[in-house]
Design a protein around this ligand. Structure first.
Ligand code: PHE
Length: 449
């Protein structure tokens, strides 16, 4: 449940629908599912196993297990930082939408008012002060929880919140697919069409791959940390199947909630709307629900905020834990509260720019042609996560040894029937896929001419 809580977040609800929308729909879905089965499953087994073997977090695990890849935990540390610089901005947007729907519900002036879904969003993101304040609110909530230590409270909280989110998502799905014109969106998602590969295979392929790592919280230390909490009798293989299954299911559901509605309400262009797709389209859907819309909107966004918080906490925890462990290694005792506060503050220092950029709506300079949010996203999920996963696969097959993973998985008489498939995947499929992804990314960044 905890691993599923980390996996299910804005990646599923915000990222998946728009990436599928801008990368050919069905073609993206096919590549995504294949990558989950061939790459995600194997990396998840590796991460859970080494976490349980060492009983430590990302940095500590590599320090303990490797001679040549001791520093690999650092990559996780940096990815977590970059992800948080835009994750917090999106979390802030979700808070703004919860507030707006509450405003609509009680007829107060902080609702969406007379504005259409599109112009409400446009005027909010262009308001730099408001964007920064909402980002700050999200960051403060995250920081306070991490400062207290990730307690039992959050876990039991998310155990009720997650099933509730699922139910709310179903309600939105039903509304979305019953809108006139929704079939177009369903066809886009599920009708076989591999045409998009012809135009830009590498783009579809590397976007799907980055999204897969991001959504499963892989190559970022989070799953190593969760592995360290597993019991020796727990079945790692079963976890490595259930977590991706649940995560993928929620992502596809979010796709069905957003894409058909985008087609129904905004025509084909809306499906290609990129990072703003979720916010604009869903607000359209809530508006089409009439008087009950704001209530559904409010509940929905509160649940999304909770899902985002459970993921954000695990990200900030990875960075915080590194400093605590490092102090420990020097025989000193660091103050968790101060470390967590400073980590959050430095994330906020960069997030301010992402928030102020307002998805490129405020005339901020772009970075290598990308808006700030997309750049941070590409850097982390597009480059650092695949690179980390590639090095992990090399470390496991060349230095640590696949049999050691098998030994860990088989503890407590657990079977590992998929071992040959797993070993083949780590040795061959993962490296080849990730080299292709990195090649595609560098090409996309314009670094290969
Ligand atoms: N998986 C989370 C999501 O989909 C994001 C995340 C990535 C969380 C990496 C932790 C580690 O939103």
């Amino acid at each position: 449940m905890a691993a599923t809580g980390s996996a299910v977040g804005l990646g599923n609800i915000w990222g998946f629908p728009y990436k599928m929308g801008t990368n050919g729909g069905f073609a993206f879905l096919v590549v995504y599912l294949i990558l989950v089965a061939l790459v995600g499953f194997a990396i998840l087994i590796v991460e859970l196993s080494i976490g349980r073997t060492t009983g430590k977090g990302a940095v500590g695990s590599y320090m303990a297990l490797s001679r040549r890849f001791k520093w690999l935990g650092w990559l996780a540390f940096l990815s977590a930082f970059f992800i948080m610089t835009f994750y917090s901005v999106l979390g802030g947007y979700c808070i703004r939408y919860a507030v707006a729907n509450f405003g609509d519900l009680i007829g107060a002036s902080f609702g969406t008012g007379e504005l259409s879904a599109g112009s409400f969003f446009a005027s909010f993101i262009a308001n730099q002060t408001a964007s920064i304040i909402y980002t700050l609110i999200f960051m403060i909530i995250t920081a306070v929880i991490v400062m207290k230590g990730v307690s039992e409270g959050i876990e039991s909280f998310s155990k009720t919140a997650m099933p509730l989110l699922f139910v709310m998502l179903l309600i939105v799905v039903i509304r979305s697919v019953t809108l006139p014109g929704a079939e177009e969106g369903l066809r886009f998602m599920f009708k076989p069409n591999l045409e998009p590969f012809k135009t830009d295979f590498f783009k579809v392929f590397s976007t799907a791959s980055g999204q897969m790592f991001f959504s499963l919280s892989l190559a970022m230390g989070a799953m190593i940390t969760y592995g360290s909490y597993l019991q020796k009798t727990d079945n790692i293989v079963r976890n490595a199947i259930l977590v991706p299954a649940a995560d993928t299911f929620i992502a596809i559901l979010a796709g069905i909630a957003v894409l058909p509605a985008a087609f129904a309400l905004g025509g084909e262009g809306a499906a290609m709307a990129g990072p703003k797709l979720l916010f604009i389209t869903l607000q359209h859907v809530f508006a089409s629900m009439g008087a009950t819309g704001p209530l559904f909107g409010l509940i929905f966004y509160i649940l999304v905020i909770i899902a985002a918080l459970t993921s954000a906490i695990s990200l900030v925890e990875v960075i915080t834990a590194f400093f605590l462990d490092a102090a420990d290694a020097r025989g000193k005792k660091a103050n968790r509260k101060i470390v967590a506060a400073l980590v959050s503050l430095s994330i906020m220092a960069v997030a301010v720019f992402v928030a102020a950029d307002g998805l490129g709506s405020t005339g901020f300079p772009t970075i290598m042609g990308y808006i700030w949010l997309d750049f941070m996203d590409l850097l982390s999920e597009g480059v650092m996560m695949p690179l980390g996963a590639l090095l992990t696969a090399i470390f496991i097959s060349m230095e640590y040894g696949l049999p050691n993973i098998a030994k860990e998985v088989r503890i407590g008489n657990n079977r590992f029937a998929s071992y040959s498939f797993f070993a083949f995947s780590v040795r061959f499929i993962v490296p080849v896929v990730l080299l292709l992804v990195l090649y595609g990314q560098l090409k996309g960044f314009g670094l290969l001419g």
